[in-house]
Design a protein around this ligand. Sequence first.
Ligand code: ADP
Length: 513
Amino acid sequence: MRLLGYAEVFRPEESSVSHTLYKNLIGGHMVASHTGKTFLNINPANSDDVIGEFQASGAKDIDDAVAAAAEAYKTWRLVPAPKRAEILYRCGELLAERKESYAREMTREMGKVLSETRGDVQEAIDTAYYMAGEGRRLFGQTTPSELKSKFAMSVRMPVGVVGMIAPWNFPMAIPSWKLFPALVCGNTCVIKPAEDTPLSTYNLVECLTEAGLPPGVVNIVTGFGPDAGAPLVAHPGVRAISFTGSSEVGRIVGQTAAANFKPCSLEMGGKNAMIVLEDANLDLAIEGALWGAFGTTGQRCTATSRIILHKKIAAEFTKKLVARVDALKVGDGLDEHTQMGPQVNQQQIETSIRYCEIAQKEGAKLLTGGSVLEDGSYDKGHFFAPTVFGGVKPKMRIAQEEVFGPVVSLIEVESFEEALEAANGIQYGLSTALYSKDVNKAFQAMRDLEAGITYINAPTIGAEVHLPFGGVKQTGNGHREGGTGALDFYTTWKAVYVDYSDTLQRAQIDNAD
Ligand code: ADP
């Protein structure tokens, strides 16, 4: 059932061609960009399928959206948090009702298989319910004052207008990680979705609007990074920035934010290792490797991109893994039998090609894959064969740099200690996994792997929304999405002192003796 408000706000205008024209959502209205330019959102599995036409926005559109968000902030911050939370809860229910159709649209715009896009919408549903619960918590502290007849507490305050820049690999889940905690905390938002996957953000905000979110509380401005993303980061009216994307762009975003002393949450790359020891359940580890390396076509920041194998099981693991990879069914994600979809765009395909060349030049052995799939049903999409490299050494570029494609490297080691050293010997620190039945080694791995996430007997992907998500080293700048870490980013602490003594009491002076 479509709720009140949908038709006015979200009915996109039919353009002269056969696809739908989407405008920016600013202050509750759909408005065309000042630039007069648009871009097409095209299915990566089938270039004949145009999902829609979106605004290629610029700085003036960002100005308008920030002004709308600033206006809405005046009243939204005063709505009691439990009431804000009820809107999130209703939004979660609407998302659940529309899960299948949103998942199909997401597969069309992003490429990943339907079971995964259903999971992506589910993640937004889970985040809605979880953050709705926070509306009745948002705990601060009360604490004794050092002075008589004086009360002390700390309370969470919203930050103000928050700018959000999202990537394309989790088209609804990642916007939900950003929007829902920001909203329950009382902030208003301007979000710039990735240029490859804007529709899923519209679908998410459609549910928020129908759930009762007032106009201007969330504004969507679509467009390209340097044109629409950069002015959002630099805008003086934006009080905090949440960015998920490449380390290269994250560095630019972080530097701009730092120059304005603006809080900035960066969630970036990974080069995630799975360690398989000699006592591991090998079949389980192979299942985990397939899912971790080729789920989302390897385009996850948590993708398993290095598998570190103890030499005693390396040959058997490699043989079995390659056989399973060869049997993977690659194709259009809308086909329920497909196990791995296309890459999101041609640029990602070119990155995969480049790294396969680099790996071979470095002396790694191509065990399977390594090429673009172009024949027959693949001719209208961006398909790359699932690829495994053997004989990889920890310092090779293929073992150090993020590919963000269906390419995994196998590294052989002689001991657990050597495995830990190889796992940690990279610039990133997002996710890690250990396959072993030895409880002592499991706890040692949990302690010693330098990463924001460690899985035991499970692959490097599969985060749950109520735990902190993020990493160390060049993966991030210390913030966390998910869990209560998100609340820490979207609120600022205020210390409140209430002196009911009716006298001047000076801290550290009048009570010094
Ligand atoms: P990916 O390689 O996954 O596309 P990017 O870091 O290039 O990752 O993009 C992630 C998001 O950052 C996208 O929404 C993109 O439009 C945006 N972006 C790209 N360049 C900039 C920039 N200079 N300033 C702000 N945002 C940007």
